[in-house]
Ligand binder design. Sequence first.
Ligand SMILES: CC(C)(COP(=O)(O)OP(=O)(O)OC[C@H]1O[C@@H](n2cnc3c(N)ncnc32)[C@H](O)[C@@H]1OP(=O)(O)O)[C@@H](O)C(=O)NCCC(=O)NCCS
Length: 417
Amino acid sequence: MPTAADPGPAARGGIGIRRLAEGEEEAFARCFELAFSAAPTATHTERARLGLEPGRTLVAVDGDEVVGTCALLSLEMTVPGGVLPVAGVSGVGVLPSHRRRGTLTHLIQRQLQDLHAGGEAVAALFASQAGIYGRFGFGMAGDDCAVRIATRDAELRALPAALGRMRIVHDPAASLAQLGGAYDRCRTGRPGMIRREERQWRSWWAELVADDPRPVLLAVHEREGVVDGYVLYRVELRWAQGQPSGLLQVQELIGDAPAVEAALWQYLLGIDLVSEVETWHRPPDDVLRWCLADLRSLNLTLRDGLWVRLVDGARALEGRGYGAEGELVFDLDDSGCPWNRGRYHLEVGPGGARCRRTRRSAQLHLDVAALGSAYLGAARLVQQARAGRVEESEPGAAARADRLLSWPIAPWCAEVF
Ligand SMILES: CC(C)(COP(=O)(O)OP(=O)(O)OC[C@H]1O[C@@H](n2cnc3c(N)ncnc32)[C@H](O)[C@@H]1OP(=O)(O)O)[C@@H](O)C(=O)NCCC(=O)NCCS
């Protein structure tokens, strides 16, 4: 029955939107894999069974055929000063036969309405392409760094003392439980990181080994018998004119302190027969950069990482911590979530943050995507004002807002969900 919130399939060119029914994981996996031009297999269906949450997955249907997919994951994410429940948007795909007919738009609108009706105040995602999600109110909230380093030139000079030792673990799949402590201590210190329960460790591992037959190696760093960091990696041995020129790809490197992460890098850079170490996914404030004797031995490429959507802006702002006290009055614009629109007064004091509607004059005008970009602490309202994305009605308001919202550890999430 069409309603104001859902005008029905006729208004969507015959495409219906509904929740995934029990037992439909195969149809979900088929559509999602075909959207990425991959051949769907039983493993994909199994991964969908393992990863999807009942009641939080939407499909778009054309008659009986699933032609679009979109899932919400119940995540616990570190935010500045604490942790919050966050809705992870994942499994987004529309069949090439049905693209650019508004299907994704309808799926996301429905998700946002569902969240407004009783869900998390914040949604987050990783995007396959950076041009897709800004129009839905998501702001780029964390940078991701691709790292490539020639081991021959990579001397680590300023190495903080880690006082531990490295150990190679012989059966990584059976040893994931050993990694949880280090992961958790790292997670709670960095905005953007998400909690992993045993189920998530298993689905994360399944994802890691799914489409790549090369073995994953695991080395841990431990101190007094406690694992305080680990690195999972793959090595491809190569020979060029008789010389070894192997490539080592880091899958995940986690330490509970910068000194531990430096020790893990040192271990990787010293592995014989490897001439290059690379990873596409590291935080922009990785300790490696400041430990290298020769900065140019490191090749860094910066791009978008986490995207954040404030579904309930006031609740989201009250849910995080702040590095400074102060206040800000701002006008928030939001075409996708009209309930968010309006003027707010954010006050940060010793007891926490309060964000309420107000009639006072606004110092700053911004769109919800701009605020989402600042939310996890990589605040860049001054930069966005320079690009015309944020408007000041009081000089210096963007810089004052940045001081309130900034956090010393860069937001980043180890897991691409
Ligand atoms: C990306 C994808 C989900 C878009 O689905 P869709 O149903 O075609 O999207 P819509 O028709 O709702 O498009 C909405 C708007 O987004 C734009 N858009 C869609 N995909 C885009 C892309 N990849 N890059 C830039 N803009 C895009 C459309 O042009 C349209 O713009 P408009 O409102 O100005 O006309 C679909 O093309 C797809 O499955 N791609 C491959 C898999 C993928 O990348 N999934 C996303 C994982 S994060």
